[in-house]
Design a protein around this ligand. Structure first.
Ligand code: SAM
Length: 312
């Protein structure tokens, strides 16, 4: 079987996420094709990993790849926020989040993640989710589509793009990824068509985030991960854009401070104590060489925190 995704910041993740204590457990919240988990299981012979992914097809690939580790690896097909919220098992030594989607999704999934492909416009990680991207572009109001593209894609031409989508769907339903990309391309000014990125990049990112409710899952999951870690355990979060990174940065600061009093309170009355120490004062980013070898890594940022021995 071929694995198309190259794990991002693999060297740095291994260097900073060293399992503490005996008989350690890791939860890989974004298993994908299992690249990071494979590295961890090869590096630490006494480590066990629970790998989570909401996509049933990619989890099948990872399970095949990791079957050589026998009972040291367990796969669970779930959203990471749902899983962590109800997890009451042993305290993990490591928890890893490598956010977003995998190269697999663009190249192999056939679910319309790539704007250059003649594929059904779906983009759901969970095939049983109530609506797809095709449902959004064909049934949501123009205002709603514009808001999604602006909020989750930070696309400055969101209104023009939404108006063009609504004009086109009056003629016939928009069902294919390359068809939507071409509608977006025509909607934006000529200067934007030939910019650094494809003019549909931000809109595709926004629609994918909306359909999978990606952003709202991150903070509750990382917050809960901090609670679950064993003392001296570490959490690592790799993000790929500021909409993912900013709330993680703020959450880590909050949990490293502990105090939840309003900012204008003269002295702390909440009694909150720091739960973590931030290991990466500045996020770790890929080397120039990694960016060249693996272009999808270009925007990656890795943040790491360590659970304090005596937490709140
Ligand atoms: C960047 S890939 C992970 C790549 C993996 N670390 C590797 O090295 O092969 C992210 C994976 O997380 C999954 N995913 C994204 N958000 C998720 C969520 N909230 N819950 C569960 N899985 C999620 C995606 O389906 C995708 O397979």
């Amino acid at each position: 079987m071929e694995y198309v995704h190259q794990s991002v910041l693999a060297h740095e993740v291994l260097e900073h996420l060293v399992p503490s204590g005996t008989d350690p457990l890791m939860i890989d919240c974004t298993l994908g094709e299992g690249g990071h988990t494979n590295l961890f299981l090869e590096t630490y012979p006494d480590l066990r990993v629970i790998g989570l992914d909401r996509d049933p097809n990619i989890i099948e690939k990872a399970t095949y790849r990791l079957s050589k580790f026998g009972k040291r690896f367990t796969a669970v097909n779930t959203w990471f926020d749902d899983y962590l919220a109800t997890y009451h098992g042993e305290a993990p030594a490591l928890i890893l989040f490598d956010l977003g989607i995998s190269v697999y999704h663009y190249e192999e999934s056939k679910r319309g993640f790539s704007f250059s492909k003649d594929e059904e416009l779906d983009m759901r990680l969970d095939p049983s989710a109530p609506f797809s991207v095709a449902d959004i572009v064909n049934t949501f109001t123009e205002q709603n589509i514009a808001d999604i593209i602006y909020r989750f894609g930070e696309e400055r031409y969101s209104r023009r793009i939404a108006a063009s989508i609504v004009r086109h769907r009056k003629e016939s339903a928009i069902t294919k990824a390359d068809e939507l990309a071409s509608i977006i391309r025509q909607a934006v000014p000529a200067s934007y068509r030939y910019g650094r990125i494809h003019p549909a990049t931000r809109s595709f990112q926004a629609l994918r985030i909306a359909v999978n409710r990606e952003l709202e899952r991150i903070v509750p999951a990382v917050d809960r991960a901090i609670d679950l870690l064993r003392p001296e355990g570490r959490v690592g979060v790799i993000s790929f854009h500021s909409l993912e990174d900013r709330p993680v940065k703020q959450l880590l600061r909050k949990r490293a401070d502990g105090c939840v009093c309003p900012p204008d309170t003269p002295r702390c009355t909440c009694g909150g104590k720091p739960a973590i120490k931030i290991i990466t004062k500045k996020p770790i980013v890929p080397t120039e060489q990694e960016c060249l070898q693996n272009p999808p890594s270009r925007s990656a940022k890795l943040r790491i925190a360590q659970k304090l021995e005596v937490a709140t």
